[in-house]
Design a protein around this ligand. Structure first.
Ligand code: ZN
Length: 395
């Protein structure tokens, strides 16, 4: 199959028309895994070729597809990975799964995140198979499940210890090579107090007031962290409270208040260490009578993280980084092009401790997760050719 506009449009449109919405932790009512219909479709595209095809069920509702193209050397793998699941599309449901071409743009849920990248990788693999030329290393295409919530697909894949030599994770980077991005830890901090009639608040311990002091402390801690940790490629670590729930009735002092925290770490920081150090800092403040938090007498405890993803930190001087940079510069005819970093988190975080890993794909993150998500078809075609070139390079 040729890497051209007609094939890119057909595959991308077909993938958009198969909803693969991640329930994002809410109850799921489907009778088979979220990704299965799309994976059946992809597997069918490869049916003319005799290649190794495997399904991997990473949870009761999520599934991945692993396609292996043999190389000159089969002891080591070039991994191409894109995710199949998408975020929901409740606010534009009527048109989200009806792919539409307008000029060069293809619209639909997942067009940009991440079915454009997936289409480009599929086209690259099909073109290699069609050409009959063997890539230097075995190539594995992982169409991964559940990236949007828990990144279970990629975690399950790497847990089997495949002999990875190098990896490209497809996410919308406008075809620019991303070699570092932040990591994410999300968890709930529970502040506990003591309830009392609100006519006599002095008899209670106000958990909401405690939460207010914790919010203040987190902002101050962020300033401290930013003085300690920086990267030439990205802004410093961030700590955001993204949800707050507390209190039981209007006329009682709240005895608990829960803060949902989103902590973005940069390369050089370790997720669980960063969280533990923060927790120890809050505990010190809580025990210190000279601080407003200490004087209040609330309890603080930390729930298990919903997610704890490391930062991506591939070295620019790594030979694979240099190969990708060179290919991007030459193929895109942009000799001035440089590595970039991203503030968001991807599946690449789970691979980069095993092999040099870069994030690279068509489309812009500005369109991801948005209403009327779109991608430029030219970029999908261009990136498919770029993937093919990278896979065919000698390690
Ligand atoms: Zn994505």
């Amino acid at each position: 199959m040729n890497i051209d506009h007609a094939n890119a449009l057909r595959i991308l449109s077909d993938l958009i028309a198969i909803p693969t919405v991640n329930p994002m932790g809410h109850p799921y009512h489907g009778d088979h895994p979220v990704e299965r219909d799309a994976l059946n479709y992809i597997q069918n595209l490869f049916s003319p070729y005799e290649i190794d095809t495997r399904r991997s069920q990473c949870s009761p509702i999520h599934e991945s597809l692993i396609l292996t193209v043999p190389g000159e050397c089969n002891e080591a793998i070039t991994l191409l990975e894109s995710h199949v699941d998408t975020v929901p599309a409740e606010d534009w449901l009527a048109r989200a799964f009806q792919p539409r071409l307008d000029g060069h743009r293809v619209f639909g849920r997942g067009a940009c995140d991440d079915k454009g990248c997936l289409t480009a990788m599929i086209l690259a693999m099909l073109a290699i198979l069609e050409s009959g030329r063997k890539p230097p290393l075995q190539v594995v295409l992982l169409a991964a499940g559940d990236e949007e919530l828990n990144q279970l697909g990629i975690k399950e894949f790497v847990s089997a210890n495949p002999p990875l030599a190098r990896a490209i994770v497809g996410e919308p980077t406008q075809c620019l090579p991303v070699l570092q991005h932040k990591g994410t830890i999300r968890w709930d901090i529970v502040i506990t107090g003591r309830s009392a009639h609100s006519a006599q608040p002095e008899l209670g311990i106000d958990a909401i007031q405690g939460a207010w002091h914790v919010c203040q402390a987190l902002k101050e801690y962020q300033t401290k962290l930013r003085a300690q940790h920086h990267s030439p490629f990205m802004t410093g670590p961030t700590l955001s409270v993204t949800a707050i729930r507390g209190g039981r009735t209007r006329n009682a002092i709240a005895d608990d208040c829960v803060l949902s925290v989103d902590f973005r770490i940069i390369p050089g920081m370790h997720p669980s260490q960063a969280r533990d150090t923060l927790a120890a800092h809050l505990e010190l403040l809580r025990r210190d009578d000279s601080t407003p938090l200490g004087r209040l007498g609330v309890g603080i405890h930390h729930r298990e993280p919903q997610i704890a993803t490391p930062a991506l930190q591939t070295a620019p001087e790594d030979p694979f980084s240099q190969i990708v940079l060179k290919e991007c510069r030459e193929f895109l005819n942009r000799p001035e092009l440089e590595f970039i970093a991203a503030p968001y988190c991807t599946d690449a975080a789970w691979v980069s401790d095993r092999c040099p890993t870069l994030v690279l794909g068509p489309g812009s993150i500005a369109q991801a997760h948005a209403v009327d998500e779109w991608i430029d078809l030219d970029e999908v075609v261009q990136c498919a050719k770029l993937y093919q070139r990278i896979v065919m390079t000698q390690p």
